[in-house]
Design a protein around this ligand. Sequence first.
Ligand code: LLP
Length: 480
Amino acid sequence: MTTAPHPLAPEWLAARESTDDLEAKLFPADTARTTEGELTLGGIPVSELAASYGTPLYVVSENDFRARARGFREAFTAAFAPDTEVDVFYAGKAFLTTHAARWAAEEGLNIDTASGGELAITLAAGVEPARIGLHGNNKSDAEITRAVELGIGRIIADSVDEISRISAIASQLGRTAKVMLRLTPGVYASTHEYIATAHEDQKFGLSLTPVPGTQTEAANPYLGSPAWTAVEQALDTPGVELIGLHCHIGSQIFEPAGFELAAGKLIGFLARIGASRGVVLPELDLGGGHGIAYTEADHPRPPEDIAQALAAAVREACTEQGISIPRISIEPGRSIAGPAGVTLYTAGTTKDVVVQDGITRRYIAVDGGMADNARPVLYDADYSAVLADRRVTGEHILSRIVGKHCESGDIVVRNVYLPPAVTRGDILAVPATGAYCHSLSSNYNYLTRPAVVAVRDGQAQVLIRRETEEMMLARDTGYP
Ligand code: LLP
């Protein structure tokens, strides 16, 4: 029997007939079904994980996370060898716990932090300050002071004003801070598309476009741009060592074209600094944004492809500009943590809702929702799901997995084919939730935040404890 596509289903969604049809690219590599048909993560049946730690539960495969971290480092190192070295900074905003920071560091990665809080977790993990970068478009004096005192590997400066603040703080402490400049090269990329423009309208970074009314110079097209002003300031103020340029062009990018274009622009700027100021900055950071598969419709490229395309573009641009190839860094977050994570939910109420004459949609409510995965609400993100605790074969029906929050937009998976037998108490697994789910989670409706459990070779380890009502009430001063 073949399941006919449901009239409300998106075109890319294939009808399914068995819970055994696991889409491998969506799950951690060490995911399987037992002979009885139950899903196992890192060798542990989901029913065991749910019984031990409760649901919703964030499960992360340590082996998968580590393999992806290693994969990025090896692919980029190989692609740029023998010309230059590559540092991979894991973008902690995607998913950060002390264990995750240690996994990344043990696999040879540095850590990119975006706030004092992320810096604190990374330090608590024991990562050496020299292997940490600090981002932020509005860093506080306290954040800058801490970074300078620690002597962290790089502070990525986001404005002209920040450079004077770093200089003042470093001078006062008798230190020199290693600084990179975050530039906006006028390239925005998102999934398969990128757009290139001369102007930027966003809060991050320093534009390469001269501010209207400033003095121009034929030899230097950047004169009068915030980026150029920042370079002069960084080179001329005490307490600041300018080590290179940075850009981050977007998120969930599948094709290398946008990265290539941005690299070319930054290399042109690097060459101009060399020509005008006689200083060759040693480093170039091309940011993160490498895409992953959330549903069967996403087709990410292996890191080797992106690395080779980028290495070719960097070599070509450096040859053209007549400069030597700088040391390269990248900042992948989602592409390391995302596919390593799966969220387990327990199914509750189901409803068949008549949407149009003769067309119904099955709603399955689970015990979590937008507080543990804000991405569908924030970005209209699509996810996928499977019935995880048992095998069912036969016609699947179009279903929508929703949460238990007081919002009609509280959707976990907008469209998925699931067996009609899914019922209260069943465990549903939503893959590709390792990035930006735990880190964006909230307490909305005072739901307690889920535990994060790592699985590896049949062993489970709690990384983050489940929040309790006592923990929530501990912040409420009206509670005795
Ligand atoms: N580097 C910088 C400077 C960034 O701003 C970001 C992400 C990254 C690296 C890591 O990007 P990734 O490789 O993870 O795409 N909450 C959104 C994503 C926001 C990303 C912000 N910056 C989401 O859930 O899709």
